[in-house]
Write a protein that binds this ligand. Structure first.
Ligand SMILES: NC(=O)c1ccc[n+]([C@@H]2O[C@H](COP(=O)([O-])OP(=O)(O)OC[C@H]3O[C@@H](n4cnc5c(N)ncnc54)[C@H](OP(=O)(O)O)[C@@H]3O)[C@@H](O)[C@H]2O)c1
Length: 277
């Protein structure tokens, strides 16, 4: 039997590419969107036996739980949860309002936590299942101007790394995916949010934002290939806990690990000084 998937944030971008690919390959899929009609229009016509579109407010934990339970009832089980919904939030930390920061954590972090909490009882009962959490290369090697976004995506790394360990004896797998730049709606005004407050002193931050804006439509990552890769990950007997998706993600990850290694060694003598004698 082919695996049954549950995907959040699927009316466009990576989520949409994944839903389309899965349905083409004969998988069964439940997918969420803030706007069910937009989701159905983007995905195209499939009957309920293979595609279950769900309108879900991802800031509402009980709505997430209800969606996962209804998808589980509808298909009889779930095998793969992809926490994909998310958006970029740009601004120096003092430019961002508490509300702007909180909203980004609600969607990028808390929705993922709530979906994991909702699916795990089903996965534990069946002693199988795979949670794939979409972070970002910015959740491992952050870029200037994106502090709050990096904070949300670093959170996804920690959450997934530990959960992978916590559930491994229960037959459940967890993978954090760190995409590089993919050609989706991510960098468009529809998705990306900037702080409404601007402070002139942060000219380097604003220059970084302009650089990202100008990358829109030029990103090297192909969402259709990302979809194929996510399916490949879910089909692996032993999937990685961390996966850097895209050559740019690999390169940024490599530079970061080398920098970490150097910093760790440079600070070693100081690190050892704080132990009790
Ligand atoms: N594209 C990249 O370069 C890139 C790089 C690194 C990481 N990522 C991550 O990959 C994931 C998918 O992004 P994408 O590139 O496919 O971007 P996208 O084309 O903008 O699609 C993002 C999806 O997330 C949902 N979403 C966006 N803002 C939301 C909000 N405020 N509340 C609830 N849902 C919201 C949307 O769902 P609905 O509109 O259907 O509700 C949408 O389908 C995100 O987690 C993103 O952070 C992307």
């Amino acid at each position: 039997m082919k695996k049954i998937w549950f995907i959040t944030g699927a009316s466009k971008g990576l989520g949409l590419a994944l839903v389309k690919r899965l349905l083409t390959e004969g998988y069964r899929v439940a997918a969420t969107s803030r706007k069910k009609e937009a989701l159905i229009e983007s995905v195209g016509n499939y009957d309920n036996a293979s595609f279950l579109p769900l309108e879900v407010d991802l800031t509402n934990p009980s709505a997430i739980q209800e969606a996962i339970n209804s998808a589980n009832n509808h298909f009889g089980k779930l095998d793969v949860l992809v926490n994909n919904a998310g958006y970029g939030i740009g601004g120096a930390i003092e430019e961002l309002s508490p509300e702007e920061i909180k909203n980004s954590f609600d969607v990028n972090v808390f929705a993922t936590i709530y979906a994991m909490q909702a699916v795990l009882p089903h996965f534990r009962a069946q002693r199988s299942g795979h949670i794939i959490n979409i972070s970002s290369i910015a959740g491992f090697s952050a870029a200037n101007g994106w502090a709050a976004y990096a904070a949300t995506k670093f959170a996804i790394f920690g959450l997934t790394e530990v959960t992978a360990d916590d559930v491994k004896d229960l037959g459940i797998k967890a993978t954090v995916v760190a995409p590089g730049a993919f050609r989706t709606s991510f960098l468009t005004a529809d998705s990306l949010v900037y702080s409404s407050r601007k402070i002139d002193d942060y000219s380097a931050v604003h220059a970084s934002h302009s650089k990202y804006d100008s990358m829109n439509g030029q990103q090297q990552g192909d969402p259709d290939k990302a979809a194929e890769m996510l399916i490949e990950l879910a089909e692996m007997e032993t999937p990685p806990v961390r996966f850097f998706m895209g050559s740019d993600a690999y390169r940024r990850g490599k530079i970061k690990t080398e920098t970490l290694e150097q910093e760790l060694e440079a600070g070693k003598e100081l690190s050892f000084r704080t132990d009790f004698n």
